[in-house]
Write a protein that binds this ligand. Structure first.
Ligand code: NAP
Length: 307
């Protein structure tokens, strides 16, 4: 594969940055990959396990001379990091991010970007409940979507170059408006995470069900909730604080539907329950048909992972 960037600087060296570094290396997409993370420990690990060629104590030093800078830090610190690196960005550099919300990041980052760089917000729809530099793996983005939310005035050639990078890392690329992205993700990711966090919290609070029973007899439904609810607390706090409007809108609808089903159970309305479950089963089928999940009963995890 052809090299697309001479020097890539990854700011934040966790799951997403680590996976990008490994995928870029495997396909020979970058001449040099450097990075910065907040703690000395993460920087040392990233260097040690060969994610990056060099690490720097500050983000400002890391971006010097880079033709691609990717912000891979929690959503809530994107703006601060952007402000710090701004005076050090190379002429013509592309600055991107991988944050899970887009409108709030554009508002926080764009005002700091000098005219001589191209800011291109993006979000790979790929992740696990693990975090940190050791959590990354080269196949994370394989057959997953990477959504771009570029501003209308952004240079097309720079957008297409970055899209080539994501395609070469295995992702399918699509463009959409940032507000639309935030609404779509509120439905497909953010609200489901909140529901999982709630359900696991409820089971934990339920004194009538001994803790041991919840763990020993945890059936597929609850087990899958616990996996989602084990996701990084910093990341998810920032997601909800920064996608407030869309999440509240979807939560409102969720609550109404939940009351509807609750009423159906109370009334013994089997027909309503059956119709509802038939509709949702078809949605599951279409996700599998689109290649976004596996039909295996254990979600294809196998005996090693997740159990
Ligand atoms: P992660 O594994 O927790 O890594 C976050 C990295 O950011 C760590 O290296 C951390 O350094 C660093 N960091 C935190 N605050 C910093 C600061 N103020 N200055 C410099 N570095 C800082 O997180 P991740 O899962 O890769 O997520 C990164 C971004 O990707 C987030 O914006 C998230 O919304 C987005 N995203 C995540 C997923 C997912 O499922 N995980 C999926 C798609 C997009 P230390 O280790 O030193 O603290």
């Amino acid at each position: 594969m052809t090299q697309l960037y001479n020097k890539v600087a990854l700011i934040g060296l966790g799951l997403i940055a680590g996976s990008m570094a490994l995928a870029m290396r495997r396909a020979g997409l970058a001449g040099e990959i450097v990075g910065h993370a907040r703690s000395a420990e993460t920087r040392a690990t990233a260097l040690d396990i060969g994610l990056v060629d060099a690490v720097f104590e500050t983000a400002a030093e890391a971006v010097e001379g880079a033709d691609l800078v990717v912000l891979c830090v929690p959503v809530g610190v994107m703006g601060t990091v952007a402000q710090e690196i701004a005076p050090h960005l190379a002429q013509g550099a592309t600055v991107s991010d991988v944050g899970s919300v887009k409108k709030a990041i554009i508002d926080a980052v764009q005002p700091h970007m000098p005219d001589h760089v191209h800011f291109i917000p993006a979000h790979p729809l790929a992740g696990t409940e693990h975090s940190g530099p050791r959590a990354g793996f080269a196949d994370l983005f394989q057959n997953r979507w990477c959504l771009f939310t570029p501003l209308p005035e952004t240079d097309r050639a720079s957008i297409e170059r970055l899209q080539k990078l994501w395609s070469a890392m295995g992702a399918n690329v699509e463009e959409m408006d940032a507000a639309h992205h935030d609404l779509v993700l509120a439905v497909t990711s953010h609200t489901p995470h909140l529901i999982a966090y709630t359900m696991v919290g409820v089971a934990d609070d339920l004194q009538r069900v001994a803790n041991k029973e919840v763990i020993d007899f945890s059936a597929a439904g609850f087990r899958d909730f616990t996996r989602i609810a084990a996701s990084d607390p910093t990341m998810w706090r920032d997601v909800f604080l920064n996608n407030k409007e869309a999440t509240l809108e979807i939560l409102g609808r969720f609550t109404e539907e939940l009351f509807d089903l609750q009423r159906a159970i109370r009334r013994g309305d089997g027909e309503q329950l059956f119709d509802h479950f038939t509709r949702t089963r078809a949605i599951r089928r279409s996700i599998i048909d689109a290649g976004q999940d596996t039909a295996a009963p254990d979600f294809g995890r196998g005996p090693k992972e997740g159990d």
